[in-house]
Write a protein that binds this ligand. Sequence first.
Ligand SMILES: Cc1ncc(COP(=O)(O)O)c(C=O)c1O
Length: 380
Amino acid sequence: MQVATHLQHIHPSYIREILAAATAEGIISLAGGLPATDRFPLSLMAESIAELPRHAELFQYGETAGYRPLLDHLENLYQVASSHRMMVCSGSQQGLDLIARTFLNPGDGVAMEAPSYPGALQVFGMARAAIHPVQQHRDGPDLDALESLFASGQVKLFYAVPDFHNPTGVCWTLEVRQKVASLCDRYGVALIEDAPYRELRFAGKELPLVSTFCPERALVLRSFSKIATPGIRLGMLSGPRDWLPALIRVKQASDLHSSIPMQALILDLITHPGFPGHIRQLCDLYSERYQALATALSEYLGEGFDAEPVQGGMFLWLKLPVLDSAAVARAALTKRVAVVPSTAFYPKGVSAEPALRLNFSHEAPDTLREAVRRLARVLI
Ligand SMILES: Cc1ncc(COP(=O)(O)O)c(C=O)c1O
């Protein structure tokens, strides 16, 4: 059967396409966005998992907006703006999809940082939005370009990942946060603040969410994938009180509600006295792995290969002096290391800065070092 026309507007995810090759025997993969599997907080969840059979009520149909005790706890924990409401979604990816399906008509303009998260490119592609890339600098998006784009009246939404961006690891400064919020306010553009990496800070000081400066026009996505486990598929979406009912209706049509037993488990996990320590250990681990990767890059590659330091998250963006990053990624596979070329992070037809995204959260320091040694055989 022929696929629907809106599917012609998404390109398949490079990462999913090379997954088979990247997971083959002997390949070191820095390609995925995988958290450290051996640090999933399963021991903190063990008691709650064992208790689940005693709570048949959790296995009944539930509210679309989410498991009420979890929502109550999170609204308080995240200090959600008083004008906002929160809902649970099946991963922040679903939240993104719900936003697109609720608020976008074909042809509506969406501004995105370039490069940007491929999952968002897919969602906005499927919604047949007109994507407007805005170049990203080391402290956030190009503000002049953003302002002229907003002033042109072509944009309804601005999608951004201000904390430890995927793929570049960039974290916006306070000034950029305030400026972007004021531009959204001035030009009536809604901000989608996607913050799955926010808690993974291992250096520098935490900064306020951009949405705290423009709560009336911001939707915030948060995720349990990076701080608990991605397989549990839970995230949160918050936004202005009168925007939520439409989003909840679309979710209802989509999947009725996210898994209630998993929401109960997450609530037990995040209220467990050991949970803050788990996040601290995760940040320490990622800091150590990041240092190992950055050190290996400077030892093996030297001059001409630029990687901006990051203060958190899971990715490092290695700029290349050569132009064809896709060819480099293909050649790297023949040397048994998988990486993602920058082309995977730009909309079709937009020229990509030559670079590679390297993940540092999943592999141990020695393996990261070996991956860079193999990559160097392709690059120099
Ligand atoms: C920027 C960004 N947003 C959203 C997601 C999706 O996360 P989730 O597992 O919560 O659906 C990811 C996953 O890697 C991501 O990098």
